[in-house]
Design a protein around this ligand. Structure first.
Ligand code: KIV
Length: 297
């Protein structure tokens, strides 16, 4: 909701208009109904149902373990929670690399789940797959730089595009994706100057995660900024806005203390019944009528 009623649905036209006004799009990952609803209420423009769900939600060490079916469960929940934000489903490992038909079917499943677009990793080598998806009428976002599905080839979580020749290779990949019809490209973990160089040479939207300020939108992983990631990856580009981990742990500890000490549930947490019925049940249990409810062991 806004002050004037429900927020209007964010579309590609809205995202283009933000760029035209020089306003950065606000993008976060979401994997579940409540986070999507909170993000929508907070006015977030763009939600990525990222395959980072493999790590943030399912506890895997990398993103490659998540399946298309698992991703679709998350995508449907996010779509139910966020009626206004632009929602992008992340094509998981091996859901698009093998064939054009796989790519179109997998992307189509996200669209059928309610997503507005899909994202896939890689440059020139996936351009044919991207073309197949865009030819099928599906809005596709590319993802370059640090691409976690190719972690083995990249040698780990490493900053990409650190030299002019590396940035030029990145641009070649970006141009191949643009040619194949993507509406935008996400740049992950590259220096700010490198991102600026690429963005200045493209017509499509360029968003960044750990790519500095000279892009059209900023993406973060919700668990990183909320402080709810159970793991020890702490990317340099993350600013924490909350400590949800500490809040949840403290609340659960306090609940446990209350249960163990007999402070919960208290009388106000018990369903009242008619006094006559209560007395009858007590009598049947052999409990004295005058004994208060909270004292019953
Ligand atoms: O899965 C994801 O959240 C992503 C971001 C890291 C870009 O792809």
């Amino acid at each position: 909701m806004t002050q004037n009623g429900p927020r209007r649905k964010v579309t590609l036209t809205t995202l283009e208009a933000l760029r035209a006004r020089g306003q950065s799009a606000v993008c976060v990952t979401a994997y579940d109904y409540p986070t999507a609803a909170f993000a929508d209420r907070a006015g977030v423009d763009f939600l990525l149902v990222g395959d980072s769900a493999a790590m943030t939600m399912l506890g895997h060490a990398t993103t490659v373990a998540i399946t298309l079916d698992e991703m679709l469960v998350f995508a449907r929940a996010v779509c139910r929670g966020a009626p206004s934000a632009f929602i992008v489903g992340d094509l998981p490992f091996l859901s698009y690399q093998v064939s054009d038909a796989d790519a179109v079917r997998s992307a189509g499943a996200f669209i059928a789940a309610g997503c507005d677009a899909v994202k896939c990793e890689g440059g020139a080598r996936v351009a044919n797959r991207v073309r197949a998806m865009t030819d099928a009428g599906i809005a596709v976002m590319g993802h370059l730089g640090l691409t976690p599905q190719s972690l083995g080839q990249l040698g780990g979580y490493r900053v990409q595009g650190k030299t002019l020749s590396a940035v030029k290779r990145l641009l070649d990949d970006a141009l191949a994706l643009q040619e194949a019809g993507v509406f935008g490209i996400l740049l992950e973990a590259i220096p700010a100057e490198a991102a600026a160089y690429v963005r200045e040479r493209l017509d499509v939207l360029v968003y960044g995660i750990g790519a500095g300020p000279h892009v059209d939108g900023q993406l973060v992983i919700s668990h990183d900024i909320l402080g709810s990631f159970v793991g020890d990856i702490r990317p340099r580009f993350v600013r924490r806005y909350a400590d949800v981990d500490a809040v949840i742990t403290a609340a659960l500890r306090a609940y446990g203390d209350d249960v163990r000490a007999g402070r919960f549930p208290a009388a106000e947490h018990c369903y009242p019944i008619d006094a006559g019925d209560e007395a009858e049940i007590r009598h049947a249990r052999g409990v004295p009528a005058e004994r208060p409810v909270e004292a019953i062991a």
